[in-house]
Design a protein around this ligand. Structure first.
Ligand SMILES: Cc1cc2nc3c(=O)[nH]c(=O)nc-3n(C[C@H](O)[C@H](O)[C@H](O)COP(=O)(O)OP(=O)(O)OC[C@H]3O[C@@H](n4cnc5c(N)ncnc54)[C@H](O)[C@@H]3O)c2cc1C
Ligand code: FES
Length: 421
């Protein structure tokens, strides 16, 4: 080989290497833009994030059915003393499974009748409000009063039972953590948490996990309450903000009291709305997690969609009956009315005419007793066997549904139907 040919060959190899590096750099940059539609978050991660390792957690298997827990500690979390945290330890002493931040526990409660009659059995879901630990769970429960202007109606049965009768040492039957509303651990997008009132609890679990793991993603927490008396875990949230530069805390008081300090206790006056989000967030893509009262969910979740946020980036959970219309299946399009719903054990057949919101409501209107808890597809108590026919769900069930069964609270008939009730 001549010297000239050798020189050309070497130059070619060098050129190929340079082109290869350039192509690789270009590809990585494109991938980042595709994922985030903007460069790196503009806040430097906290020093603790650099080279941090998340401590390995002993993996334990989630249990089926109920497991007994004992209340180790109770802590009041707000100025009004209307939210109480319960720290729960399993009586079998075995390690707890690692849950996904945002999931909830389901409690089966036996509530004594004050007049000495038979106890009432109720099932209720409560979100885990802290990051996963191997030795205990924490839930934070708000006392639910009677509806405004209805003093003759009994206040919330389970929440008041927790506040008034569940003490340190009390034992509780608990189903394993579940639920599809949880942190997307795979996503690299910055995170926006939007909480109204007690809806803070699952988002607190997400926030505490991100802080504990020194996650480099930027996080915004928008938290709306009426005033400081309702502000849950105020000192804890402010401590997180002060120690984690990637966390941006935006507290909204809708009805601040005379003592509440603007700019110190809260940053915005009014409820959280889409205008506030537009003003505060930079241009770009985010993962939104929303949990709050029905009024907030019914306005904010559709508004995010209308603002162009993709469905896959909006995660939400409502603590009450499922009434968000945005993702409901178009029931009228899937059912050719009229269809007949037969309750085989009660011997009743009813024409479904869409005036009921769900099969649970239809059964209750007929005086048919059905167990129910969350009325939102979460707790599994209304699960009923389908003898024939099909149902359509208004939303994806959170509880696991046995084959051949359905959750009445979020189902409507798709065809003529026979239920084992
Ligand atoms: C997935 C999920 C997670 C949740 N996480 C939490 C959490 O972390 N923290 C939390 O505090 N809550 C949470 N909840 C809500 C919780 O499960 C309960 O719904 C809540 O505590 C109210 O239950 P209760 O038994 O106290 O009230 P209920 O007895 O169910 O009563 C609710 C309301 O209805 C009124 N009422 C009762 N009977 C009548 C009547 N005949 N006519 C008119 N009104 C009536 C009551 O006075 C009360 O105002 C969650 C719910 C779900 C589905
Ligand atoms: S009442 Fe809870 S799943 Fe239906």
């Amino acid at each position: 080989m001549s010297t000239t040919t050798f020189a050309i060959l070497i130059s070619g190899v060098i050129l190929l290497q340079v082109a290869g590096f350039a192509a690789f750099g270009f590809y990585r940059q494109q991938a980042r833009y595709r994922a985030l539609e903007r460069p790196e978050p503009n806040v430097v991660p906290p020093p603790s994030a650099v080279g941090s390792t998340v401590p390995a957690i002993t993996r334990a298997i989630a249990w089926s059915g109920e497991r007994e827990f004992v209340v180790q500690r109770r802590v009041i979390e707000d100025g009004n003393a209307s939210v109480c945290s319960f720290y729960l330890v399993p009586t079998d002493g075995a390690p707890l499974p690692v849950y996904q931040p945002g999931q909830y526990l389901t409690f089966k409660l036996e509530i004594p009748e004050p007049t000495g009659g038979l106890p009432t059995h109720v099932v209720r879901c409560y979100s885990l409000s802290d990051r996963p630990r191997t030795d205990h769970f924490r839930v934070s429960i708000k006392r639910v009063p009677a509806p405004p202007g209805k003093p003759d109606v009994a206040p919330g049965i389970a929440s008041n039972h927790f506040h008034d009768h569940i003490q340190e040492g009390s034992r509780l039957s608990v189903r394993a953590p579940s639920g599809h509303f949880h942190l997307d651990a795979e996503s690299e997008l910055p995170i926006v948490l939007i909480a109204g009132g007690i809806g803070l609890t699952p988002l607190l679990s997400i926030l505490n996990t991100l802080a504990h793991e020194a996650d480099p993603r930027e996080v915004w927490l928008f938290y709306g309450v009426r005033h400081r008396g309702e502000h849950i875990m105020k000192a804890h949230l402010e401590h997180l903000r002060d120690t984690h530069p990637t966390l941006h805390l935006h507290v909204c008081y809708a009805e601040p009291s005379a003592e509440d300090r603007a700019g110190i206790d809260y940053q915005h006056q009014g409820w959280i709305d889409i205008q506030l989000l537009r003003r505060t967030l930079h241009f770009g893509r985010y993962d939104f997690y929303v949990c709050g009262p029905l009024a907030m969910m019914e306005t904010l979740v559709p508004a995010l969609g209308e603002a162009g946020v993709a469905d896959e980036n909006i995660h939400y959970e409502s603590f009450g009956p499922a009434s968000l219309t945005r993702r409901r299946a178009p029931v009228s399009a899937t059912v050719s009315i009229p269809v007949a719903v037969r309750f085989s054990r009660s011997g009743k057949t009813i024409q479904w005419d869409s005036t009921s919101d769900s099969l649970l409501e239809l059964a209750e209107d007929q005086g048919i007793r059905v167990d129910s808890g969350c009325r939102a597809g979460s707790c599994g108590s209304c699960q009923t066997r389908i003898e024939s026919g099909e149902v359509v769900y208004q939303q994806t069930p959170d509880a696991d549904v046995k084959p051949g069964h359905c959750l009445l609270c979020i189902a409507t008939p798709a065809t003529d139907l026979t239920l084992a009730l």
